[in-house]
Design a protein around this ligand. Structure first.
Ligand code: NAP
Ligand code: WDT
Length: 297
């Protein structure tokens, strides 16, 4: 059986825990909940924590991490913390100051991973790694063409270690996953549990992932929950998976992903659910060349 702190080795030699804690919540949720939930997540055994400048909670998430360090539960090096560069700081001279602002909010010396939240340029990110402010750098919401553009850049110093994208049984990213594996880039799945349906960017008519009859039947068979089936599916296909919850019981439940296994037939069954349902689409970014979601993958 898998160990609780299972990690993947990134292409720059650092390690990333395969289960991550998602910290985003809609703006109407009080920020104090991020503090509470992140502490509960660390207590439950999460060691990979995903946030971003955009989420406006780095102060609370940083406080949670530091308080679990202060009470002796974990050391800084036990935690893998991801932040992300938002679009308002894409100009090269704004990148490092943006990371330094995140670090100041967090009250941490470095982040483990710094992602470009939405497709643009890279050079200034490499300098953050060289300065030790980010142990690793990666990207998010990049399609294959955009990844290739980066990988083919003359003088590229560091390959992105990961591409964090929407990925779940209704949108399983098989082709992008194969491409990433070929290039030794880890695919990190967000909205792996079907995303925040209450948010304006999620189509209310889209099917509810965790109510899927096939996932429910598999949950019954394994005496688990549809959420655990959706998380386990990703681990067994080599995807690092994020799970957001601000609820103590569900935070604990999600750690059970290491306690059972799906059969190869179960995996095939879940593969069969793929049906091009993307929960996160952002029309305001539409238009070439940077909009990532017009290409097939
Ligand atoms: P998600 O992980 O798909 O979770 C969706 C909802 O599922 C949560 O609101 C949660 O509600 C519920 N849930 C959690 N565990 C459950 C369980 N065991 N049973 C039933 N329901 C459960 O949410 P997400 O925020 O879309 O994605 C996860 C993280 O990925 C984010 O928090 C963020 O860190 C990252 N992300 C990144 C991007 C990007 O552009 N890079 C985009 C989206 C997300 P409760 O809190 O009530 O439990
Ligand atoms: C697609 C659509 C990509 C929510 C929207 C990016 C929204 C980023 C989260 C996030 C966007 C966005 N989140 O964590 O739930 O930039 O608006 O990371 S977004």
């Amino acid at each position: 059986m898998d160990s609780k702190y299972q990690c993947v080795k990134l292409n720059d030699g650092h390690f990333m825990p395969v289960l991550g804690f998602g910290t985003y919540a809609p703006p109407e949720v009080p920020k104090s909940k991020a503090l509470e939930a992140t502490k509960l997540a660390i207590e439950a055994g999460f060691r990979h924590i995903d946030s971003a400048h955009l989420y406006n909670n780095e102060e609370q998430v940083g406080l949670a991490i530091r308080s679990k360090i202060a009470d002796g539960s974990v050391k800084r090096e036990d935690i893998f913390y991801t932040s992300k560069l938002w679009c308002n700081s894409h100009r090269p001279e704004l990148v490092r100051p943006a990371l330094e602002r995140s670090l100041k909010n967090l009250q941490l010396d470095y982040v483990d991973l710094y992602l470009i939240h939405f497709p643009v340029s890279v050079k200034a990110m490499e300098k953050c790694k060289d300065a030790g402010l980010a142990k690793s750098i990666g990207v998010s919401n990049f399609n294959r063409r955009q990844l290739e553009m980066i990988l083919n850049k003359p003088g590229l110093k560091y390959k992105p270690v990961c591409n964090q994208v929407e990925c779940h049984p209704y949108f399983n990213q098989r082709k992008l996953l194969d491409f990433c594996k070929l290039k030794d880039i880890v695919l990190v799945a967000y909205s792996a549990l079907g995303s925040h349906r209450e948010e304006k960017w999620v189509d209310p008519n889209s099917p509810v992932l965790l109510e899927d009859p096939v996932l429910c039947a598999l949950a019954k068979k394994h005496k688990r929950t549809p959420a655990l089936i959706a998380l386990r599916y990703q681990l067994q296909r080599g995807v690092v998976v994020l799970a957001k919850s601000y609820n103590e019981q569900r935070i604990r439940e999600n750690m059970q992903v290491f306690e059972f296994q799906l059969t190869p037939e179960d995996m095939k069954t879940i593969d069969g659910l793929n049906k091009n349902v993307r929960y996160l689409t952002l029309d305001i970014f539409a238009g070439p060349p940077n909009y990532p979601f017009s290409d097939e993958y």
